[in-house]
Design a protein around this ligand. Structure first.
Ligand SMILES: [Mg+2]
Length: 424
């Protein structure tokens, strides 16, 4: 038999911990350290303090209250869940485009092509955890392994707030002692059926003959679980899902929010977002900026344009306008700790060009039909082409943007170098 090809553990599974409950504790810090559940009739999510009493998602509210008499139910802030889930994906996208989001708060990524830039997968995983903690204020657990299934098992073992790396060759050793319910698709009923035959660990499951498993669980489930227990999982990361938005953010430590800082940081972030959009052949109509003040309080401003954009400078200018308007509404906040910008309402870029040429009402700054718009468009293309050949750092955003006498390019470089100072 041929030896399997040597493999490296390059698949990551990132999963925000007790997501809904953690977000509620983030939004209302008085809930920190307390047993809370989101939901009512049914528990949608429980904090770790509640889980310590045996409370679990999917459980009836009444049962949860019996297990944990001090349990408090809190309402769900669903739009915040969506926003924070999207922001985690924005962080992941800084490490690789090979991402498969499987739910609001978890995603797979394959970092095979990223190790030469960011170091070994375990280092990438640590950096992701650090950034999500600093930028979103939330704990995320990450599993690293050779297959999707194993990476997911590893992230579950890593919880709460941990990192588990399963190196190639150590898979079976890692899996064998774990309880069967960590396998994808093993719910209470399957677990009971397996337990009735004395099968409680993944190792015991792997040692059971395929015929016995099929008899016990039916053909489909029996076959699937048998292969998962033996760590056979050929599935690749599926990046096909349509992205809804493209965004980037940067923690700034604490900075006085003057226009120079905003232009520097948002220029840098706009460069990242716009070049990512262009690489995907997309453009978007809605631009959203989030400004976070000290104490994690943040405000969001967005604008929806009559046309879609993917030009770096235009995005940067809109971002600065939005950030200034957010700051104007909060005159007592002098310091900011994070800036985020995203573009949504995406359309294919090819459709965009045609539309713009036909629409004579659009006479704004980036329009390709105008001299200024054409210059911006061409400048982005030139930058993209140079970076394609010589790498992302070959041309800095400061070299091409905001060329005025305000010394902004220096601010860009400064922020680029310290993009993520340890803010907290
Ligand atoms: Mg989760």
């Amino acid at each position: 038999m041929a030896m399997p090809k040597a493999q490296r553990a390059t698949i990551l599974h990132a999963d925000l911990d007790s997501f809904y409950a953690s977000v509620e504790q983030l939004l209302d810090p008085t809930l920190l350290g307390r047993p809370i559940a989101v939901g009512g009739g049914v528990v949608l999510a429980a904090s770790y303090e509640a889980k310590a009493f045996g409370v679990q998602g999917g459980m009836s509210g009444r049962r949860a209250q019996e297990l944990c008499p001090g349990l408090e139910f809190v309402g769900g802030h669903f739009s915040e869940y969506q926003r924070l889930g999207d922001e985690m994906v924005d962080v992941l996208r800084d490490f690789t485009p090979v991402i498969e989001r499987i739910s609001i708060d978890e995603a797979f990524l394959d970092v095979t092509g990223s190790v030469h830039l960011f170091g070994p997968p375990a280092q990438i995983a640590s950096e992701i955890r650090r950034r999500v903690r600093v930028e979103l204020g939330l704990p995320v657990s990450v599993g690293v392994a050779t297959t999707k299934h194993l990476a997911k098992v590893a992230s579950q073992v890593a919880k709460p707030d941990g990192l588990v790396v399963v190196e190639a060759g150590e898979e079976q050793e890692f899996l064998d002692p774990l309880p069967v319910e960590l396998l994808w698709g093993v719910g209470p009923a399957t677990r009971e059926r397996l337990a009735s035959r004395g099968i409680r660990t993944i190792g015991a499951l792997a040692a059971t003959s395929p015929g016995t498993l099929r008899k016990l669980l039916g053909n489909a489930v029996g076959t699937k679980l048998g292969s998962l227990a033996a760590n056979a999982d050929p599935r690749r990361i599926e990046t096909g899902a349509r992205v809804r938005s493209v965004g980037a953010q940067s923690a700034l430590g604490r900075r006085v929010a003057d226009e120079r800082v905003l232009r520097g940081a948002l220029g840098f972030l706009a460069d990242r977002v716009a070049s990512r959009l262009r690489a995907k052949g997309r453009a978007g109509r809605t631009v959203t900026v989030r400004v976070r003040f000290t104490g994690l309080r943040s405000v969001t401003r967005s604008v929806t344009l009559p046309w879609a954009i993917s030009v770096t400078l235009t995005l940067a200018e809109l971002g600065v306008d939005l950030a200034l308007s957010a700051l104007a509404d909060h005159p007592s906040e002098r310091e900011i700790t994070l800036l985020a910008i995203s573009v949504s309402n995406l359309v294919p870029e090819s459709a965009l060009q045609l539309e713009l040429e036909l629409d004579t009402r659009v006479d704004q700054r980036h329009r390709p039909g105008t001299a200024a718009g054409a210059a911006r468009w061409a400048s982005d293309r030139a930058v993209d082409a140079v970076r394609d050949r010589f790498g992302r750092d070959a041309v800095g955003y400061g070299d091409v943007m905001f060329r005025d006498d305000r010394g902004v390019p220096d601010a860009f470089r400064e922020l680029a170098e310290k993009e993520l100072p340890d803010g907290r």
